[in-house]
Design a protein around this ligand. Structure first.
Ligand code: E4P
Length: 217
């Protein structure tokens, strides 16, 4: 399972990247707002640090405007994946950039039907938003299973990038289904390490070790 970090917080990306845990990064306009940084500057800084794909999102609505914006974003670094929304204009821009040899991440996917269209438009990544489906009492994990089955049936090469991940359980469930990639906030990735029995076991070992009166090194 590839790990993308869903943030434009450079320090948070660096912390996980130094551990070799970052296979890529996803950003969106809300995350750029949260960073308080200029989109071009912060995206360049991330691209210089991370070897894998770094998604940077267009904000225009018309395909020709998306193509203009995406061309500017793609010029930041060779590892940019241009992120376009799942609209007909977004799919036109996807086809344009895919034909030109760029990576494209088609975002805001909420149905298997949309995911089929993105694959046919040449998307490198499809981003189904599972947390936002859960928010409206639908099952986001089921959507990942549906897309996995359909993509495998037809050999689509578009990678499933499970997005809008809110919990460790989301990561485990989409991993069991066989998502290609997950993108999650650094806080969720870091919380994967938590287990009360690890804490309890460590406390016991420390207590017993103190009783031995020994030192290592
Ligand atoms: C993915 O590319 C999106 O940036 C992100 O996962 C959206 O997550 P949210 O629904 O928690 O905002």
């Amino acid at each position: 399972m590839k790990f993308f970090v869903d943030t434009a917080d450079v320090a948070a990306i660096k912390e996980l990247n130094d551990l070799g845990m970052v296979d890529g990064v996803t950003t969106n306009p809300s995350l750029i707002l949260k960073s308080g940084r200029d989109i071009i500057e912060v995206t360049k800084e991330i691209c210089d640090m991370v070897e894998g794909p770094v998604s940077a999102e267009v904000v225009a609505e018309k395909a020709e405007d998306m193509i203009r914006e995406g061309t500017k974003l793609a010029a930041i670094a060779p590892n940019i994946a241009i992120k376009v929304p799942l609209t007909w204009d977004g799919l036109k821009a996807c086809r344009h950039f895919s034909d030109a040899g760029h990576m494209v991440n088609v975002t805001l996917c909420f149905s298997a039907a949309q995911a089929i269209l993105a694959a046919k438009a040449g998307a490198t990544f499809i981003s189904p938003f599972i947390g936002r489906l859960d928010d409206i009492h639908l099952d986001g994990v089921d959507l990942i299973a549906d897309i996995r089955e359909i993509y495998d049936n037809y050999g689509y090469e578009t990678q499933i990038l499970a997005a809008s991940i809110r919990s460790v359980n989301h990561i485990i469930e989409v991993g069991k289904i066989g998502t290609d990639v997950i993108t999650a906030p650094p806080s969720v990735i870091k919380s994967m390490i938590n287990h009360p029995l690890t804490d309890k076991g460590l406390a016991q070992f420390n207590e017993d070790w103190a009783k031995t009166g020994q030192k290592i090194g």
